[in-house]
Design a protein around this ligand. Structure first.
Ligand code: AHG
Ligand code: MN
Ligand code: MN
Ligand code: MN
Length: 316
């Protein structure tokens, strides 16, 4: 007996107006999935010819995905604000609903032309409390992972559930309560950046590389997809730690990944699944944002691994 997303949402002890916001993002994700499946044929995997507020050369699919999200958002009267990686400013929508959505409409864009998993990330907040709220104030968070299957991963804060898009275009429940394994032998970091790393990151990674002969006392494997959604989905499903720490090159911008629509939603999803999330110095979900495109360091995943990294930072 399958449970559809609509049935699952109706059974959640949450405001059904909030549930409708999540359903809207699920609908947008299903539409994006359909576009991505055919993009190479439609010639859409290239550049859009514009640069976004992040200073990135926008991919055509970044813009297309953003437009799809915006179209769906406009059709839900419960939503009045959209913050997007691909929009310089927040969009205030006339129907003045009570909810704000912050989204990374297409995460992992560098993987689009090589057919590697990408995703859509979103965070839901109370629109009446302003654009800049701590991650702990999120009302819901989720992402879609466009991989061999299209997964939708959702939380209202208490637990994290996984859905899969079926052949009819309906998300069906496939994992009711996913938990991040407390221990793991897998870590995700872009090792090409080693020369920029701080002492804590160097120390932690060196222990992993030392494997069973070192202080960690076990063998590690390394995986880095280059799509945050793909790396974090793997960590949710089988454990591990994701690291994009502050380094000597990203310190001037505060980090690499964006707080409102990458770090915060992923931190809520991982913590609701029993994992941990930190900048290295403090809890991601307790950061007071200073801007809608603020960047922060991101370290999250299996509790024991995150705690070992925190131990390295505590050494100073
Ligand atoms: P986006 O495609 O939304 O701009 O995000 C890309 C991010 C994230 O998905 C990934 O973890 C990270 O960029 C990879 O960074 P590097 O290319 O520096 O490894
Ligand atoms: Mn981008
Ligand atoms: Mn991203
Ligand atoms: Mn993006």
């Amino acid at each position: 007996m399958t449970t559809t997303l609509a049935q699952w949402l109706a059974a959640q002890p949450v405001d059904q107006k909030l549930a409708s916001v999540v359903a809207t993002m699920a609908d947008a994700s299903a539409e994006i999935a359909a576009v991505l499946r055919l993009a190479p044929i439609a010639g859409q995997t290239g550049l859009a010819g514009a640069t976004n507020v992040q200073g990135e050369a926008q991919k055509a699919l970044d813009v297309i995905s953003n437009d799809i999200v915006l179209n769906h958002i406009r059709q839900n009267p419960e939503i009045s604000i959209l913050v997007s990686e691909e929009l310089d400013e927040a969009v205030h929508i006339e129907n003045q609903g009570g909810f704000m959505v912050a989204t990374d409409p297409l995460d992992g864009s560098s993987n689009l032309d090589v057919n590697v998993t990408v995703g859509t990330i979103f965070s839901v907040l109370d629109a009446r409390k302003g654009l800049l709220q701590k991650g702990s104030a999120q009302l819901a968070a989720g992402y879609a992972a466009y991989g061999p299957a299209t997964s939708l991963v959702l939380t209202f804060g208490a637990s994290t559930a996984v859905f899969t898009l079926d052949g009819s275009g309906t998300f069906v429940l496939t994992v009711e309560r996913v938990t991040v394994a407390p221990a793991s032998g897998e870590y995700a970091i872009n090792t090409a950046r080693e020369r920029f790393w701080d002492a804590a990151t160097r120390g932690y990674v060196a222990e992993n590389v030392a494997g069973e002969t070192g202080p960690a006392g076990k063998r590690y494997n390394m995986r880095w997809v280059g799509s945050m959604v793909a790396d974090i989905h793997r960590i949710l499903m089988r454990g591990g730690i994701f690291m994009y720490p502050l380094d000597s090159e990203t310190v001037s911008k505060g980090g690499r990944l964006r707080l409102l629509y990458e770090a915060n939603p992923m931190a809520l999803l991982v913590e609701a699944a029993g994992g941990k999330s930190t900048t290295g110095q403090e809890k991601i979900l307790e950061l007071m944002p200073t801007g809608i495109h603020q960047r922060v360091p991101v370290i999250l995943g299996s509790a024991e691994e995150v705690e070992r990294v925190e131990g390295w930072y505590a050494r100073g």
